[in-house]
Design a protein around this ligand. Structure first.
Ligand SMILES: Nc1ncnc2c1ncn2[C@@H]1O[C@H](COP(=O)(O)OP(=O)(O)OP(=O)(O)O)[C@@H](O)[C@H]1O
Ligand SMILES: [Mg+2]
Length: 390
């Protein structure tokens, strides 16, 4: 774990947890929670906390997994990869400190029907993900980084709807002969989601080594979701059945994409229809059954870039503007000075011990005091009554 020594270890009491209306929760995964935090230098940050529980072996496993993820992220310094600032730890936990992406993950944006996503914006999503993947696949002369878990939930979005690849928890460093580090264990929930984007060679045999063409396949499935704006699996189909079909060579339905192309043509938007048709062809190239038939991510990236080159920048400006209107940006407006340092805050499963409880009580008292100053004794009585009720 030499990589971790190169990146900054922050003291846990410099990282504050923001408790907003969503309880400061950005996401949840197999190892813990991703929390919205605050640091004086970076302002808002995302803190991916992992609980270290169980015996020494289990704790070592979690620490090793987190350190590996930090090491990978640190090596992948690129505009389409989420930036890592450092890490922190406190008794019972270890956490990655990352840049905060206020528009959340791509899946949430795609599944929100109120958000208008024009064809060229979708092409830009594809191109930026491909750009990030091509970068990690060509990291060094003798080494490449494979992501291993490309899916819309792992693509994080900036305020202006640019894509950054996140979650390097399944990533592996490989040399060009293909030997990799040992794949880590992933729990069933996380694995089940990932199965929807997994290539047939690994669905058939999970110990098959990770290759760049595995990421190409998952990219193809992600592109499907970008175009169809629906999950690759039909509601009611068991994941196992879906996986069996992928192994046999079947792929998700193209119906929604065809309908979308048809609608654009009826509206006379032939250029837009051509963009979607082009992306659809790229998608089918990427999810070929045979690895040799799938393009490298460098090829995909060049191909997608050729579609976007020489486009009027104002077009993108307008597309982002239209999409942002219904986007709910999770940017908190201010930081209260009574937010708790992260070590005082408890991720799930963490025991609420004495000082956390005291800190929470202090926070409540502080709120009452503020309330009292502005609204007088009557409101305080109502507030206390309300507190008793909940
Ligand atoms: N930097 C960030 N900014 C904003 N939201 C984030 C950030 N990182 C993660 N999230 C949110 O948290 C969710 C889970 O994050 P991530 O994918 O890294 O964890 P995970 O799936 O639990 O990881 P693992 O598979 O390694 O256990 C994301 O889908 C996203 O919604
Ligand atoms: Mg994830």
């Amino acid at each position: 774990m030499n990589e971790i020594q190169q990146i900054k270890l922050y003291r846990c009491d410099e990282i504050f947890c923001i408790v907003d209306e969503n309880d400061g929760n950005l996401g949840e995964g197999s190892y813990g929670k991703v929390r919205l935090g605050f640091h004086q230098k970076y302002e808002h940050i995302a803190v991916k906390c992992s609980e270290m529980k169980g015996g020494r072996r289990e704790k070592n496993l979690v620490e090793k997994k987190i350190k590996k993820e930090i090491g990978h992220l640190q090596q992948a310094n690129h505009e389409n990869i989420v930036r890592v600032y450092g890490w922190t730890n406190w008794p019972g936990a270890v956490a990655i400190i990352m840049e905060y992406l206020p528009a959340g993950n791509l899946k949430a944006i795609l599944m929100d029907e109120d958000i208008v996503l024009g064809p060229l914006l979708r092409a830009r999503f594809g191109e930026e993900i491909a750009n990030g993947l091509a970068f990690i696949h060509n990291l060094f002369d003798n080494k490449r980084l494979l992501h291993g878990d490309i899916k819309p939930e792992n693509i994080l979005m900036t305020e202006d709807l640019h894509c950054k690849i996140g979650d390097f928890g399944a990533a592996q460093l490989s040399n060009y002969t293909g030997s990799t580090t040992t794949p880590r264990h992933r729990d069933l929930r996380s694995a089940q989601m990932t199965l929807l984007y997994a290539a047939p060679e690994r669905l058939q045999n999970i110990s098959t080594k990770l290759t760049p063409k595995y990421d190409t396949f998952s990219f193809g499935m992600t592109l499907h979701m970008i175009l169809a704006r629906e999950m690759p699996i039909d509601a009611g189909t068991p994941v196992q059945t879906f996986s069996d079909r992928i192994i046999e060579g079947q792929r998700p339905s193209l119906e929604s994409i065809q309908t979308y192309i048809g609608e654009l043509e009826v509206e006379g938007q032939d250029d837009d229809a051509a963009v979607i048709r082009f992306l659809k062809e790229e998608m089918t190239r990427c999810w070929q059954q045979d690895l040799a038939d799938r393009p490298t991510m460098t090829e995909v990236n060049e191909h997608l870039q050729s579609q976007l080159r020489n486009r009027d920048l104002n077009v993108f400006h307008k597309l982002v503007y239209d999409a942002s209107k219904d986007l709910c940006l999770k940017k908190p407006s201010f930081v209260q000075n009574d937010n708790l340092p992260i070590n005082r805050f408890c991720p799930p499963g963490f025991k609420v011990h004495g000082n956390v409880f005291k800190a929470l009580v202090k926070k409540q008292c502080c709120t009452i005091r503020k309330f009292c100053n502005t609204n007088g004794i009557v409101c305080v009585t109502i507030y206390c009554f309300f507190l008793l009720l909940i």
